[in-house]
Design a protein around this ligand. Structure first.
Ligand code: FDA
Length: 308
């Protein structure tokens, strides 16, 4: 793993720096590059603007690794409010959440209770909850929880998961999830993992991504191909064309503020594009992972800060 990537991922877990930066005015200004604001209204404003440009969205209330049950319940409550705000809006919007935000480290039963209620709410509203994937200590627990929720007939099609192509186990995990018809977002993976669990080389990650993408596209279930990598996108389009899979059978997904040019051109070509829109005060770990993916972002941000 390149040194800078490791350094930024380590910084993303530094709680002292996090407390200082998240509240500072320059920090908040910087976060605007990748974060849509701090309140539900900000997220809905961003979602509306994206909708007008032909995108659907998934809204993420930023937060992870909560330390009390009260925080977990507050985070879940925000997602209930979000689902209520989306319902009458006419936007093509669903929500994405993290299990460490729902308190899985404190008490797995609490996370199950909170996510069960959210999926029930989404199902009643005809909407969808995506459970993001975090580090490998949570992979199995996340898969187990999503499969358990999806097994309830009323939840079918209303809860989905994320699979990371850098993990060696992902082909097996996908096979199990597809048996249940669960919707999957395929991404490369954003955490720091040992080579015993994750492919260390970009080439291997990319080869895994393409192989898994093909499995997903052939499955007949609607999945999200989440990447900004032009090579992965080209491989997906080529495969769909060769296999006569309609562009409406899957969607591309990208992060708010990243490769907006590519987002626009895919939408103009007629592909479904869903933008992942994060918002909230707790932007620091998410933001640092985005710097880890592309350390050149640091220069970009520094230039912007000096210009303002
Ligand atoms: P790659 O990292 O190879 O980058 C390809 C190109 O994309 C770069 O050359 C650059 O042009 C552009 N790019 C990528 N990242 C950029 C950045 N930060 N800033 C500017 N340009 C950038 N991960 C995870 O572990 N769990 C999850 O639940 C999710 N969820 C998720 C949702 C969605 C919608 C997306 C798009 C991504 C995720 N991820 C994620 C993150 C994912 O695992 C991965 O870290 C990033 O998407 C970067 O990988 P790429 O596929 O873009 O390719």
């Amino acid at each position: 793993m390149p040194l800078l990537r490791s350094a930024f991922i380590a910084l993303s877990q530094n709680s002292l720096l996090r407390r200082f930066v998240e509240r500072s005015a320059p920090g908040r200004r910087m976060s605007a590059r990748f974060v849509a604001g701090f309140r539900i209204e900000d997220a809905m404003t961003a979602a509306t603007a994206l909708h007008q440009q032909g995108f659907s969205v998934t809204l993420d209330h930023l937060g992870e690794s909560v330390s009390t049950a009260v925080q977990a319940r507050q985070a879940a409550q925000i997602y209930h409010w979000l689902l209520d705000a989306i319902a009458p809006s006419g936007l093509h919007a669903n929500v994405s959440l993290k299990l460490t935000q729902m308190g899985i480290d404190l008490d797995p039963a609490l996370a199950l209770e909170l996510v069960t209620a959210l999926v029930r709410h989404a199902a009643d509203a005809g909407n969808f909850v995506r459970v993001d994937m975090e580090g490998t200590q949570y992979t199995q627990a996340t898969i187990d929880l999503v499969r358990r929720l999806h097994a309830a007939p009323e939840n079918r099609g209303h809860v989905g998961i994320v699979i990371q192509a850098y993990l060696r186990r992902s082909a097996d995990d996908i096979a199990g999830l597809l048996q249940d018809g669960i919707r999957i977002r395929l991404c490369k993976g954003a955490y720091k993992e040992p080579p015993s669990l994750a492919f260390p080389d970009k080439k291997e990650v990319d080869a895994s991504y393409i192989a898994l993408m093909k499995t997903l596209l052939k499955s007949g279930v609607f999945h999200g191909i989440a990447t900004h990598d032009p090579a992965m996108i080209a491989a997906t389009k080529d495969f769909a064309r060769a296999e006569r899979i309609s562009p409406s059978a899957f969607e591309f997904q990208m992060l708010y503020g990243i490769r907006r040019d590519l987002q626009r051109s895919l939408a103009q070509e007629g592909y479904g594009v869903r933008v992942y829109v994060p918002f909230g005060d707790e932007w620091y770990p998410y933001f640092m992972r985005r710097l880890a993916e592309r350390p050149a972002n640091v220069l970009f941000l520094a230039r912007n800060l000096l210009r303002r």
